[in-house]
Design a protein around this ligand. Structure first.
Ligand code: SF4
Ligand code: SF4
Length: 377
């Protein structure tokens, strides 16, 4: 990295200038905004759309916006969407085919949409999730061209966490509220008697070039110290935790656990947990045709291991019960993901806990499996 500065301070107006500079550069800026009673990700035309003065209250199956009187903009944890909605969209056309009047068929491969994204407010857990999806979708034998193109063009501006949610547990998945390398800029929000500002770390030449375009000042020791202390404090205030055991071994040894029957009594197999999960990547393809039968399209869309069709082979699903489907999801996330991708599939964002309609809590389920394994030992 040849950045002119490694750290800086932006004030609140500077954040507005940052968004303006990104828009001026022709980037599609995506960041958090309040919509429909939640902090969602959406395209932003200006920083005025950011969720200033909003926090969230979270629990299993519960998400509520709460007003804050400090005007903080990044004092909310992960919302219902993750960045995969943009990098790995829920539906994408792959190709289309048309029958000509002469009876021939012509095929057209669809060129993926590849806006020059700038993602503003990427949480450290989501940075790790993007790194996992990079491995899954671009580093193997078969890569997703659309994902790869969008990812290569995306600029990442991280927002370190100073207000972890009650469903967050990134620390016990090996991460934390501080941003790992991979960002272009990392912001840490500071609000104290000296004002509302952001401690900025530069992570790439593109980040340095962007910072050069907006009013900023040299980082001072007080702002840096407050920023670091806020992130350290967030590390100690995680809402939840996974049991501090070898989860890969625990899950691998729990295939016949009674707990799967217990969770199957509650699980609706709706698939919400896989849709909101920033690392879940499974897709299927489907063909749609017009009424004449002369035009057809193949679409890729998100799939879920909770769907009965997901494991349909030779006249029936391999995993017909809720027990087997929940077990598949959790065991893949925390155990066999290591075999495939050399890491856990969970970054501890807590989305699957907050957005499960019946409040099933992955940390509670793992703790119960651990307790059952201890009883049997
Ligand atoms: S765990 Fe919750 S979100 Fe996931 S499939 Fe079951 S009911 Fe749906
Ligand atoms: S499994 Fe749940 S907590 Fe873990 S990354 Fe996916 S949504 Fe987040």
């Amino acid at each position: 990295m040849t950045a002119a500065v490694d750290t800086a301070v932006l004030d609140r107006d500077g954040l507005g200038s940052l968004v303006d500079a990104l828009v001026g550069d022709g980037r599609t800026v995506v960041g958090p905004t309040v919509r429909d009673g939640a902090v969602v990700l959406a395209e932003l035309a200006s920083a005025d759309e950011l969720p200033y003065g909003w926090g969230v209250e979270l629990d299993a199956g519960r998400y509520r916006l709460v007003p804050r009187d400090d005007g903080a903009v990044f004092a909310h944890s992960a919302g219902p969407q993750s960045w995969k909605s943009y990098l790995h969209p829920a539906r994408e056309r792959l190709w289309s085919a048309d029958r000509t009047p002469e009876g021939d068929v012509s095929f057209e491969r669809h060129t993926p949409d590849t806006p020059a994204y700038a993602f503003l407010g990427v949480r450290p857990c989501d940075l790790r999730a993007i790194a996992i999806q990079d491995r899954v979708l671009t580093s193997g034998r078969y890569s997703d061209d659309g994902y790869g193109a969008r990812r290569r063009g995306a600029l990442l501006i991280a927002a370190e966490c100073t207000e972890p949610g009650a469903t967050c547990f990134c620390v016990s998945t090996g991460g934390g509220p501080a941003a790992d390398p991979g960002y272009d800029l990392a912001l840490t929000e500071v609000i104290d008697d000296d004002g509302h500002r952001f401690f900025v770390r530069v992570g790439s030449e593109e980040g340095a070039r962007l910072l050069d375009q907006v009013p900023h000042r040299d980082a001072d020791t007080v702002t840096e110290a407050v920023a670091r202390a806020s992130v350290d404090s967030a590390r100690d205030r995680m809402g939840r935790a996974l049991p501090p055991v070898d989860l890969r071994t625990l899950l691998g040894g729990s295939l016949e656990a009674d707990r799967w029957d217990d969770v199957a009594q509650r699980c609706l197999t709706c698939g919400n947990c896989t849709l909101v999960c920033p690392t879940c990547f499974c897709t299927t393809t489907e063909e749609v045709t017009d009424l004449t039968g002369d035009h057809t399209e193949r679409w890729q869309r998100w799939d879920s291991c909770f769907d009965l069709d997901f494991s349909f082979l030779h006249e029936g699903p391999v995993r017909p019960s809720a027990r087997s489907r929940y077990r598949q999801w959790l065991t893949h996330k925390l155990s066999t993901w290591h075999d495939q991708f050399d890491s856990s599939g969970c970054v501890g964002c807590g989305r699957c806990i907050a957005w499960c309609p019946v409040g099933i809590d992955i940390t509670e389920e793992v703790a119960a499996l651990h307790a059952e394994s201890e009883t049997e030992a």
